[in-house]
Design a protein around this ligand. Structure first.
Ligand SMILES: *Cc1c(COP(=O)(O)O)cnc(C)c1O
Length: 344
């Protein structure tokens, strides 16, 4: 099976597993796991922040960041198809008590003018805007990259209004590798930022959330415990994360090349509609036009031929490249897609 459903399906390599076996551990709720501490120091340094906290998931990283920077009844400005909106089970409302002010875009990147217009005036009738969240790269936007200049402009607006910013950087390193902009250059514009170890970086579990502010760092740790994310001998997991940061960042460019290669193969199929310029990182979004079959039927037919990918609504499909797919797999995926999508 060639699995292009998500970059979360990667399995830890032998070398990563060896690093996990050898990990020195301690009780991390006491702050005594040396491997977790080392991972946190590495993550803080990479993103140019003073503090980093290891958490079980990207969802928890985002939700802690929202929780510690807002009050119930605040509003959070966010793109309408963000992970926080779509895939976190309503946690921002359920756990932080905030209202999401969802701003639609084509490909996930908010225009600074949209952000400015979404900020509520200080008026007795309106609620306070408590936080602005940006997602880089943007998952539902097709792995789109936030241009640094756009982030800088949004930052100016946020600072002028005294509103903090959170970066959902689950795939931040895909943006880093694609643009050459460092993770710290991106993160500089945000009070809190997160990234995932368990996507293209190939670790089995974990995300990090970073900040420069000591009280914020203390609150993140407190609410991690409240949300059930205080782990004990988590060094076994952190060792996989350290391995991922040391070995699996620069190779993301292979995933991007594979995505472009897949896009080129898809473009040759007459029933496929795809914008090649939109394939910026490791995600390929494409439409199948004029088929009498439902998206679910097409997914099932592809699966029968040995290819897994996701239908993401209507006639739209998503393929994600990652470190467990080879160039040969991509060629084979292209062949299967051509066979299945050409026959009626
Ligand atoms: C995957 C992802 C997350 C976190 O997901 P978890 O499954 O909770 O680790 C957060 N944001 C984005 C943009 C993602 O793609």
């Amino acid at each position: 099976m060639i699995d292009l459903r998500s970059d979360t399906v990667t399995k830890p390599s032998e070398a990563m597993r060896e690093a996990m076996v050898r990990a020195e551990v301690g009780d991390d709720v006491y702050g005594e796991d040396p491997t977790v501490n080392r991972l946190q120091e590495m993550a803080a340094a990479l993103l140019g922040k003073a503090y980093a906290l290891f958490v079980p998931s990207g969802t928890m990283a985002n939700q802690l960041s929202i929780r510690v920077q807002t009050k119930p009844g605040d509003e959070v400005i966010i793109e309408s198809r963000a992970h926080i909106v779509r895939y976190e089970q309503g946690a921002a409302a359920a756990l932080a008590g905030v209202q999401l002010h969802m701003v639609p875009t084509d490909r996930g990147v908010l225009d600074p003018a949209q952000v400015e217009a979404a900020i509520r005036p200080k008026d007795p009738h309106t609620l306070p805007t408590g936080l602005i969240c940006l997602e880089n790269t943007h998952n539902s936007g097709g792995g789109s990259i936030y241009p640094l200049a756009t982030i800088e402009r949004i930052r100016e607006i946020a600072l002028a209004h005294g509103i903090p910013m959170h970066l959902d950087g689950a795939r931040l390193f895909n943006a880093v590798v694609a643009t050459g902009v460092s993770a710290a250059e991106y993160a500089r514009h945000f009070e809190t930022g997160s990234f995932c170890l368990s996507k293209g970086l190939g670790a089995p579990v974990g995300s990090l959330v970073v900040t420069n502010d000591r009280p914020t760092a203390d609150k993140l740790r407190r609410f991690r415990r409240m949300y059930g994310g205080g782990m004990r001998q988590a060094g076994i997991l952190a060792a996989a994360g350290i391995y991922a940061l040391e070995h699996n960042i620069s190779r993301l460019k292979e995933d991007h090349e594979h995505a472009r290669r897949l896009a080129r193969l898809l473009q040759k199929i007459p029933t496929v509609s795809l914008e090649p310029d939109h394939v910026e990182t490791n995600i390929v979004i494409f439409d199948v036009v004029g088929s009498s079959r439902s998206a679910q039927d097409i997914v099932a037919a592809l699966k029968k031929e040995g290819l897994l990918l996701n239908a993401v609504g209507g006639t739209t499909f998503r393929a994600v490249t990652h470190l467990d797919v080879t160039t040969r797999d991509i060629e084979e995926a292209g062949r299967i897609l051509s066979v299945v999508l050409t026959k009626e």
